[in-house]
Design a protein around this ligand. Structure first.
Ligand code: HPA
Length: 234
């Protein structure tokens, strides 16, 4: 048990999928895993462990934003020895060619700050995805007939953004989408020598203001779970 995760030591698998929403963790575990077992419900941040094609997997909610994700990922790595951590989440599209429902595999993520900024001080650390996971996730997309966007995203501290000037610069520099967790996930994976990847579905678009209805979100979330599982065990 840790401060935020009630599971016993052996109850968390080496591979952890991280949706932001704890109810998505429940849905993913019950839909895709065999014999899913509830291993955490501290603060309602549900986590389940089961197997997929004979491989043990945990699906643990991370909450929204980098401070929340940082708590769970620190404890998953330091106390439970998680080796492979894959975020499955949503993002806002930032480029005209990035459409609703599209999938983005985040090669890197820009930020203003993360919980790790205190360590890096003057350094603009460039957080990157694990290459093996990235390659395997790309292949898993191909197998499903999905062509993902590959490139940089923005991990923001705010959902209700007040910096249109900064967003314009990021659009100009090819940033594909905005979410709120990946940069800290990648920084922690780098610090502890673990594998990490963020797989994102475009759920809304900054240009047009359009947003996916909740039914469509479930379908695309299912695609991401399958891509993540195939990538983790490729
Ligand atoms: N901004 C930040 N995070 C998000 C968004 C967004 O527009 N959409 C989904 N996650």
């Amino acid at each position: 048990m840790t401060i935020h995760i009630g599971a016993e030591k052996g109850q968390i698998a080496g591979t952890v999928l991280l949706p932001g929403d704890p109810y998505r963790a429940k849905w993913a575990a019950e839909t895709f895993l065999e014999a899913p077992e509830l291993v955490n419900e501290t603060r309602g941040m549900l986590g389940y462990t089961g197997t997929w094609r004979g491989n043990r997997v945990t699906v643990q909610g991370s909450g929204m934003g980098m401070p929340s994700l940082s708590i769970y990922v620190n404890e998953l790595i330091r106390d439970y020895d998680a080796q492979t951590l894959i975020r499955i989440g949503s993002c806002g599209g930032m480029q005209p060619h990035v459409a609703l429902r599209d999938i983005i595999l985040a090669m890197t993520s820009s930020t203003i700050s993360t919980p790790s900024s205190g360590i890096f001080r003057e350094l603009n650390f460039a957080p990157v995805a694990d290459w093996g996971l990235l390659r395997a996730a790309y292949s898993a997309c191909e197998d499903k007939g999905i062509v993902p966007h590959m490139g940089g995203i923005y991990s923001s501290d705010v959902f209700y953004d007040e910096r249109p000037d900064l967003n314009a610069e990021m659009v100009r520099h090819g940033i594909l989408g905005v979410e709120m967790e990946a940069a800290e996930l990648y920084a922690l994976a780098a610090r502890y020598g673990r594998r990490a990847l963020a797989i994102l579905t475009v759920s809304d678009h900054l240009d047009t203001g359009e947003a996916l209805p909740s039914q469509d979100r479930e379908q695309s979330f299912g695609d991401m779970v399958e891509i993540a599982l195939n990538a983790a065990f490729a």
